[in-house]
Design a protein around this ligand. Sequence first.
Ligand SMILES: [Zn+2]
Length: 441
Amino acid sequence: MPDGAKQTIVIQNGTLIDGSGKAPTPNEAVVIEGPRIRCVGRIPEDIRNADPDNVEFIDANGQWILPGLIDAHTHLSYGNPKLPGEARGRGTVRPEFNTLRAAWNAQKVLRSGVTSISVPGGSWFTDVAVRDAVKLGLIQGPRIACASQMIATYGSIEDEDPSWVGAPDHSLGKLCNSADEMVAEVRRQCKHGVDFIKLADSRSGDTQCISQAEMSAVVEEAHRRNARVAIHSRGAGSTRDAALAGVDWIIHADLATRQDLEIVAEAGVRVMPTATFVERLLVWGRKAGQEIVQIDLTHIEQRMDDMGLMLQRLRELGITVLCGTDSGNYGWMPYGELHANEADILVRYGGYTPMEAIVAFTRNNAYAMGLEDELGTVEEGRLADIILLDEDPVADISVLKNGAHLVAIFKDGKRVNLDAPSPAEGMLRFGETLAEKQSAA
Ligand SMILES: [Zn+2]
């Protein structure tokens, strides 16, 4: 047991939002023993009469108890925004430095109330290393489920170099131009301990880069090895084929037609829209100005409107939505700040109720961790990942954003020390000026 930690923790008198979609209920006690939730509801007699030295009672009166949040789309090893002064040579500093930086950023994620992340793609096996270091208690961070390099063909997202260069080791994509090569890569990655495989269709969805037969080959091999499969798929054809091939979840799907999404619904495949990234581009683009961001903001506005329609369509069709932000993918997607934005977008753009958004952000996302029977709800026997808030997220989903209303975080039954200085303290937040930081202090 860590210094001073008690055997049993009892969270009393809070309002429980258990992640299942059930209405919030006043709750006498959530009892945590070791890494798990022993019971929810009445305090057991033995605990009521226990030696107070062994039990920590936390009064959550006026507070809300939720499952720890799960961001099902965070790229820990991309390490964006970069640190001031960090060397940038492609592939020259990445493996070793990347791992240390990812470990440092992981702490920021956890301290924002996100107790688990699913990592759909990264450099080398950086995320596997950080995952294991967290698991073994070497460093503090969220629970991690991860893929490694995305399986790409010529023209896929993350096939960035000319064909005569190929895909260097430091690429985020691994070039595999046949089903056989893909299957061999699945085997290699599984051998190195990934939790799932990430397939990469084209960046913008204009061309389909992976055939249905290739997807099926990957799914068959990965499932045989107990690994799931996710795909970056924006286009209609790739989305439909991914559903038919039994890919476990589809990331984006924003250019799929209603008919394609009907096939996705029929197949029971989950979709992770990842709208935060688009909205953030819009918000940041407007702030920084078109000349600086060099993107057509009218195009992004259109894309966000289309995204809203798609979210509504997913809801109408009863497709299970996963919540992911793409944090760490770009300099304007910093760790620990945007993880709850996706839930907020589901409500504002997609017409989801705040409770539906909370379920997507907790219970639904446990699937992307491979832990749908263990995580994502506050229930007897589940892993004790719990947060306490001082505002009601059902009344206003935006209170989840940026950890602003967090009172406490528990992961694996252990309380995260929020009094210790944050690893980000003293650093400028993305887009913040020194004058802004000084006036905030
Ligand atoms: Zn991503």
